[in-house]
Design a binder for this molecule. Structure first.
Ligand SMILES: NC(=O)c1ccc[n+]([C@@H]2O[C@H](COP(=O)([O-])OP(=O)(O)OC[C@H]3O[C@@H](n4cnc5c(N)ncnc54)[C@H](OP(=O)(O)O)[C@@H]3O)[C@@H](O)[C@H]2O)c1
Length: 256
């Protein structure tokens, strides 16, 4: 099983690499920090393709996937995990950085799907994993571009699963709530403390990776983690209202 993981140098992507390796997968790992990927590959026993690429550029991303295929064969599992977050008042967000975020978080995953899908369809098997966010179900004030990106990716991912029904190709959409990684820790530090934020459950990369690999194996549709956030699917309006009403304010008096 050839598994390609984007954004595998740290955090959730690194945990995906470890978990798939435990299941005996052949890995191709992509991120900008090739040294970190190489160190991870060595720790996991070597014989892993590591590719340094800036995935903001969808063409560089596609070239990375071509390299992974030429070294390890057709992709069986494509994990679109790489992502960035911008937390700032909407009126102060740099639009160029915001559009880079949209490229990395949405355009690149869609391009990689477009590249990998014909071969998966021809073989009648394969899985596409798209790491969205709880922000797709309950958007959080203070993340203009991030909310747009994760809502867009999740929507595309859920509909693609329906489109591919009966083809043998499965799509798993992942909705992490807050997870202890660089992104999670830096993100929460941008908000003021609040009672509601204090109650929000946090998860770990390792447990999320375990649940996602199991979802791939069981051909499940989605993973919401920590599980308490599943309430967002059952009561979407209530969950959205709660998120907008009780979201903590941005530090520095921002309008979120
Ligand atoms: N942590 C959370 O609380 C949380 C919650 C919801 C959703 N998520 C989503 O989960 C995914 C992983 O998040 P994380 O928490 O593990 O974040 P992280 O610790 O910041 O790691 C992000 C990964 O993406 C890679 N990346 C960033 N920019 C890149 C670029 N231009 N080109 C190639 N790779 C790039 C990074 O590698 P390099 O820097 O080496 O390139 C790194 O491997 C993201 O899509 C994120 O939106 C996270």
């Amino acid at each position: 099983m050839h598994v390609v993981v984007t954004g595998a140098s740290v955090g959730i992507g690194e945990a995906f690499a470890r978990e798939f390796k435990k299941r005996g997968a052949t890995l191709s790992l992509i991120a900008r920090r090739k040294d970190k990927l190489a160190a991870l590959a060595q720790e996991l026993g070597g014989d892993i393709t590591v590719i340094g690429a800036d995935l903001v550029d969808p063409k560089a991303a596609q070239a990375a996937l071509v390299q992974a295929e030429s070294e390890r064969g057709p992709v069986d599992v494509l994990v679109n995990n790489a992502g960035v977050q911008i937390i700032a008042p909407a009126a102060e967000t740099d639009p160029d950085a915001g559009e880079d975020l949209l490229d990395l978080n949405v355009a690149t995953p869609l391009r990689l799907i477009r590249h990998a899908l014909p071969s998966m369809l021809a073989r009648g098997s394969g899985t596409i994993v798209n790491v969205a966010s709880m922000a797709a179900l309950s958007p959080v004030p203070g993340m203009l571009y991030y909310n747009a990106s994760k809502g867009g990716l999740a929507n595309a991912s859920e509909a693609l699963r329906g489109e591919l029904w009966g083809t043998g190709v499965n799509v798993v959409t992942v909705y992490p709530g807050p997870v202890h990684t660089d992104m999670g820790t830096k993100g929460i530090a941008k908000y003021e403390q609040s009672p509601a934020a204090g109650l929000a459950p946090w998860g770990t990369s390792d447990e999320l990776a375990r649940l996602v690999v199991r979802a791939v194996e069981l051909r499940q549709a989605r993973v919401i983690y920590p599980r308490a956030y599943s309430v967002s699917l059952l009561f979407p309006n209530l969950s959205r209202w709660f998120s907008l009403k009780f979201a903590p304010r941005l530090k520095g008096g921002g309008p979120a």
